[in-house]
Write a protein that binds this ligand. Structure first.
Ligand SMILES: Nc1nc2c(c(=O)[nH]1)N[C@H]1C(S)=C(S)[C@@H](COP(=O)(O)O)O[C@H]1N2
Ligand SMILES: [Mo]
Length: 191
């Protein structure tokens, strides 16, 4: 999965994020905001922003950010909590297969659990050293470097572990169940 110095097929570099919010930008009240991890787990977890900031599994990755519409931003520094560690704390049941990310604006996306558990996957609270800006998904968004950026759900508040696949917002509109950039999984296969 380590391909730090190459660009996936079909992508080109641009120097800034193009901001997307398919369902608009939600109002965020940080006092009330919680990140919940539930579903196919032994222990539902609920974390405040402050608790996330002080997790032991705080980590950072510097990776390219690839939108399926073919732009990529090079070497973005994401900092946050290792997703693998967070999910492990909730103790997923053996039947766990997918992870659904749910957002304050109603946006959702889904990834196979193996991708969420990959080493570089995190719940990002900072980009390039600063807390996420509101339009960047404050307070939190997942980032899984080898998946297209529509899987990086902004204004995240829910990580739901699932037994069975369900479509998220873009998946319901034809985008791929997994979205691996290195195998160009842009769209679902036509049957
Ligand atoms: N809640 C939410 N998250 C989202 C989106 C969105 O519309 N709403 N768009 C996705 C897509 S398609 C991309 S490319 C990235 C863009 O991130 P940016 O807006 O920070 O550039 O966010 C992803 N996460
Ligand atoms: Mo995208």
């Amino acid at each position: 999965m380590e391909r730090a110095n190459s660009l996936p097929i079909g992508q080109r570099y641009i120097n800034r994020f193009i901001i997307y919010s398919a369902l608009g930008t939600p109002y965020v009240d940080l006092q009330k905001w919680r990140l919940t991890i539930d579903g196919e787990v032994e222990q539902t977890l609920t974390l405040t922003y402050k608790e996330l900031l002080s997790q032991q599994s705080w980590c950072e990755v510097i990776r390219d950010f690839h939108c399926v519409t073919k732009w990529s931003v090079p070497s973005v520094k994401f900092e946050g909590v290792k997703l693998k560690t967070l999910i492990a704390k909730a103790r997923p049941k053996p039947a766990a297969k997918y992870v659904l990310f749910g957002c304050l604006d109603g946006y959702t996306t889904v990834v196979p659990i193996e991708d969420a558990l990959s080493d570089a996957a995190l719940i990002a609270l900072k980009i390039d050293g600063q807390p996420l800006r509101i339009e960047q998904g404050f307070p939190a968004r997942p980032f899984i470097p080898h998946l297209y950026a529509w899987k990086s759900a902004k204004w995240l508040h829910l990580i739901r572990i699932l037994r069975e696949y369900v479509d998220g917002y873009w998946e319901a509109r034809g985008y791929h169940e997994r979205g691996n950039v290195w195998s160009e999984e842009r769209f679902k296969k036509e049957i």
